[in-house]
Write a protein that binds this ligand. Structure first.
Ligand code: FE
Length: 188
């Protein structure tokens, strides 16, 4: 077993969808997230149709993803606290840039970082990340904690998915032709 971040193998699962196995050292990330959650608590957002998401979320960055009865959008003030989201910690930015480059997207500097907490029983239905204004930037997804099954549907929501087991430290990068791909997380 190799140390986290040590020249992890990059595996292209689909065009411009790259799995970087054991790429991230997650202990410092966990610790930082605990601090972030004290400033911007995890919450179960309401979706436009009225239900609550099983996944708990918070954000850091200039912009944070939000959902309520009015729809999905990015907001620069946390509606829960009335304060701006905490800044993205420098080691998150460094990891994101390094992972994006390894996935074929050099020069990545994110201004939004959504943190999704899956407790046992939580899941995420098939969706695409489509509320961002500039689709030229990739999505960098870092897995921390329990293994989960990620489903990559790709172009159509109804396409049979690739199933990908994501484990602690795995990083998934998608962008370019895959940027608007449908994806989901099976119930944990
Ligand atoms: Fe997503």
């Amino acid at each position: 077993m190799s140390a986290p971040g040590a020249a992890a193998a990059a595996r292209e699962l689909a065009p411009q969808v790259t799995l970087l196995a054991r790429f991230a050292d997650t202990a410092p990330l966990r610790e930082t997230i605990e601090g972030l959650a004290q400033q911007a608590p995890f919450r179960h957002l309401v979706v436009p149709r009225g239900g609550r998401m099983s996944v708990a979320m918070t954000n850091c960055g200039t912009w944070g993803w939000h959902s309520d009865r009015r729809g999905y959008r990015y907001v620069d003030v946390d509606p829960e606290t009335g304060r701006p989201w905490p800044a993205i910690p420098p080691h998150f930015l460094e990891l994101a840039a390094r992972a994006a480059a390894a996935g074929g997207f050099p020069g990545y500097l994110p201004d939004a970082c959504l943190v999704n907490r899956y407790a046992v029983g939580a899941q995420m239905g098939a969706h695409r990340d489509y509320d961002e204004l500039d689709m030229s930037h990739p999505i960098v997804s870092v897995s921390i904690g329990l293994p989960a099954t990620f489903l990559w549907h790709g172009t159509r929501r109804t396409d049979p998915p690739l199933t990908v087991l994501l484990e602690d430290g795995d990083v998934l990068v998608w962008g370019g032709v895959a940027r608007a791909g449908y994806h989901a997380v099976r119930k944990l």
